[in-house]
Design a binder for this molecule. Structure first.
Ligand SMILES: [Zn+2]
Length: 250
């Protein structure tokens, strides 16, 4: 499918990058990203993916927008209070890029619905804040061989990891955290979070997804952590755990 003049102009600042070029933009326009959680991380993820020209986005979230969300969940505004976050995110995307096809799933993805949604996607962005959700998403991504871009932000600490599960030698989220990890450490409702931190990490997730979908560069390796209080990033190597209960070949 050839891009018309308007489309070429809209994405011209990306197309002029030799690592993307016309072919990379065409790959983005043909791509389908699944965004699970449209909160602090999912907001910048969804907005940047739509603006960058990802052709199809699925937004999944079972929560409604609350007043305490507006401090950091920038896809939502005061007029969206009480609306489902996935629906609210889709409305904001429609204002940014009418050509982006958005599917809304206003429920917590579980079981067969989760597996099907992940199998249909070219990349999955985990923007949830529960270990139980993260492990289920990871298992489905490993089973489907779908790349997983994982982000987390709490208090002043953020982290990002990309699991390129198209590759047999890729580690998975369960290689990093055993599946017995508890949900307590993750919740912004209980622990608090400084607002722009979710933008830093969510935008990093969006960038990695755009790279994967356009085939520009190489996916992020290992685990990156960000300490916002002193502004320092660290990167840790991450290898496939041969004893991993999820991704080790049986
Ligand atoms: Zn694993």
């Amino acid at each position: 499918m050839a891009m018309n003049d308007q489309t070429l102009l809209r994405y011209s600042r990306q197309i002029m990058l030799p690592e993307v070029d016309i072919e990379g933009q065409e790959r983005l326009l043909a791509a389908h990203a699944l965004v699970i959680g449209v909160g602090g991380l999912g907001s910048p993820v969804a907005l940047y993916l739509a603006a960058a020209g990802i052709g199809r986005l699925t937004l999944a979230d079972d929560d409604d927008v609350e007043l305490s969300n507006l401090q950091r969940q920038i896809a939502h505004g005061e007029a969206d209070l009480g609306t489902g976050k996935a629906e609210s995110g889709a409305r904001r995307i429609a204002e940014i890029n009418q050509h982006c096809t958005v599917e809304v799933i206003p429920e917590r993805l579980e079981g067969g619905v989760l597996e099907r949604a992940i199998a249909e996607a070219d990349v999955v962005l985990d923007c949830t804040d529960r270990f139980s959700s993260r492990f289920a998403i990871n298992r489905a991504c490993v089973a489907a061989g779908t790349p997983l871009v994982s982000g987390a932000a709490i208090r002043f600490s953020g982290q990002l990891a990309v699991f390129d599960l198209r590759r047999d030698d890729s580690p998975c989220y369960a290689c990093l955290y055993g599946e017995d990890a508890s949900d307590e450490a993750l919740s912004c409702a209980e622990s608090g979070v400084i607002a722009p931190l979710v933008g830093v990490i969510g935008t990093f997730q969006a960038l990695e997804a755009v790279k994967i979908l356009s085939a520009a560069g190489t996916p992020h390796q290992g685990l990156s952590t960000f300490d916002a209080l002193n502004g320092q990033w660290r990167n840790f190597g991450l290898r496939k755990d041969p004893a991993c209960s999820v991704c080790s070949s049986s």
